[in-house]
Design a protein around this ligand. Sequence first.
Ligand code: UDP
Length: 333
Amino acid sequence: MNILVTGGAGYVGSAAARWLIASGHRVTVLDDLSLGHRAALPSDGVLHVGRIDDRQAVLRALEAGACETVLHFAASSCVGESVQQPRRYWSNNVAGSLALLETLIDAGVEQLVFSSTCAIYGEASDAPLTESTPAAPGSPYAFTKYAIERMIADLSHAHGLRYALLRYFNAAGASPDGAHGEDHDPETHLIPIVLQTLLGRRDRLTLFGEDYPTPDGTCVRDYVHVDDLARAHELALDWTAARREPGGEVFNLGTGRGHSVREVIRAAESVTGRRVPCEVGARRAGDSARLVAQARRARDVLGWSVEYADLERTVATAWAWHEAHPDGYASPV
Ligand code: UDP
């Protein structure tokens, strides 16, 4: 397939782009490099630097790659930041996606896979979250992703789009070959912060709240390996391409296992044999107590399965990458 990947220099986007290139697909990346990294991609040749709301940039990238299908990752994606800067999220995510969809529809693109999030479920029950668990977004970030899901569904019927909406749980880990890993600036995600603390690059980890209604009082998340997510995108592209009718489906992508912040710390300590200095701080605005997937639909409909079911294995891949790249992609090779 010839695939345009928006936000393809970001963490999950570049994992998907690499995976698809390795599987023999023709990939064109559109990324404004505001958050992503050129070095996250296997070669410069695939990258077009530009924004999703720049119609000419999108058209040039589509044409350069003769793209018939699109993976849409480009977004601002930090829960805490979205509470502080909601305008940025509504502008980049919602207005940006609307502009992108208009360009794609005008260009005759009929297939789309959208990178969505489990944050849409907000404060749900203790049971694993299915795609029919009611949405209850708890932050501007989650609301913007939910709004885009709705936008895609609405436009699909009017414009013949076939789509898959992939609700990721917590993307984690690095590729086992050491070529791809997690590098955000600023870093806000738990596993890289824990590992940076273990590398001595931070004094301590601040644990955001210990008074949640969970077994040890810290938030529970479902950490899914980024290569498992990457593979799901290839399956979703195949599924979307095979659909006869306009419309699409939502798919949860998670392991089905929840781990608390304290369990993540223990996993990192076990992988590295070092102790994580840590202090307990206040809750972070927008955080949900527990987000754990039930991903049966992805298994049954897409044929997806999780290769990295064990948290320590996922953390070990991340540790290998962080040790080799203490400054992320800017580290000397
Ligand atoms: N977390 C934490 N300290 C940090 C970063 C994150 O305690 O320095 C917690 C955060 O409150 C959440 C969990 O770790 O409960 C996962 O956060 P992350 O930002 O990695 O992912 P999110 O679930 O927000 O997408």
